[in-house]
Design a binder for this molecule. Sequence first.
Ligand SMILES: *Cc1c(COP(=O)(O)O)cnc(C)c1O
Length: 396
Amino acid sequence: MDKQAIVAMDQENYLPVFARYNLVLSHGEGPYVFDNEGKKYIDFLGGIAVNVLGHAHPALVKAVSEQAGKMIHCSNLYYTEVQATLAKKLAKLSGLDKVFAGNSGAEANEGAIKLARKYGKTIAADKVEIITAEHSFHGRTLATLTATGQPKYQKGYEPLPGGFTHVPFNDIAALEASMSAKTCAVMLEPIQGEGGVNIPDADYLIKVRQLCDKYSALLILDEIQTGIGRTGKMFAYELFGIKPDIVTLAKGLAGGVPIGAFITTSKVATAFTAGDHGSTFGGNPLACAAANAVLQVIEEEKLLENAQKIGDYLVDKLNALKSKYPALITEVRGKGLIVGAKLTIPGRDIVNSCLSQGAIINCTAGDVLRFVPPLTITKDHVDEMIAVLDKTLAAV
Ligand SMILES: *Cc1c(COP(=O)(O)O)cnc(C)c1O
C-alpha cells in the first residue's frame, strides 16, 4: 500500500490523539529505521527511549521468537521460569527485593501509588498524600495524570483523584514545606524526561531521601525513562548515591515489547497480599523473555559503559554546535544517553527539517531537543545525526 493510502486509512479509523509526522515506518536495523518507500533514517528517538538495543537485535529477536514458539502467555495463577528469572535479576540489579510486572509505564506507576497508599495506612489512616514535582510526567491513567505536574495533561478529565500535591522540582525547601505526617510518598523522576531533560543538583535526591526518612514517607522514583542503562547506570539513582523504596520501570526494559514493572523492598511489599493487585497480561512469558534478553545483552555488550562514553561524545558534539550557533542553543545537558539541547526557538521546525534529511530527533517541553537513542550507538552514528542537525541549524 502506498504512503498516502496508509495515512488516509489510519486517519479514518484510528483515534486522532497523536500529532503524527507524515511518515510511515516499515522496519528497522540497529539505530536505523526505514520508511515504506525505502528511505533510511538514523533514529535518535529510539521509540521514545524504548529501543535500547536498537531495532532487530539478533539476541532479542531470538529470545522473543523462541518464547513465542513455546508460550506467549499464561495466567499469573501459575509460575513460569522466565518471570522468576526476571524478578531475580531486577532485584539483584536494583538492590531491592520484590518485583511486580505490568504492561506499561503508567501501570507501573499506578501500582506504585496503590502500594504507597496501602503501606501508608499501615502507619496511620490518613497517611495517603503523595507529593510529586512540577513538569513531571508519570503517565496517562487518571491517577498518573493527576500525579503528573503539568496541567495540560489533566484538563478536561476532572474530577481527578485526590491526595496529590505538586512542588517545584529541585527545590528542597518547597518539598520540605509540603511534607507532613500525612505524606505517604514523594514520587519523582531522578531526571525529568518529558519535562525537558531536567537534571537536579547533585545533593537534591540525597536531601529528598532524608526528608522521606524523617516523615516515614516512601521515596518512589519513576525510572520509566531513565532506568535500564539510559544514564550510563542501570538505574539513575546510582548516579546520586541513594536508594528508593519503590522504583518504576517500563520503556527500555523489554526493548520494545510492552512491559512495566515496579520493584520495592521486602518491608514495603508486606502491605500487599494475595488479591491486592494484579494484571492479566503483566509479567507474561513473552515480555519476561524479552526483558531477560535485554538485561543480558546490556551486560554482555557493556552497554552501560557505551552509554556513558557515547553520551559524553554526543554532549561534546552538541556543545560544539552551541558554540557555533549561540543564538539558537543556550544549554546542553545530559547523563549518558538522555541528552537535551535547550533552544531559543520552538523545536518543531528543526525536528521536521532533520526528519526530511534522514535523522529522527525529538523535541520536548516545546524548546528542548531530546536525544534518547539506542544504547548500542557508536560515535559514527552520532556524527551522522550531528551533520544533519548542523545543516539544519545553519539554515534557520
Ligand atoms: C513514558 C513515561 C511514563 C508513561 O509510560 P507509558 O508506558 O506511556 O504509560 C511514565 N513516566 C515517565 C518518566 C515516562 O517517561
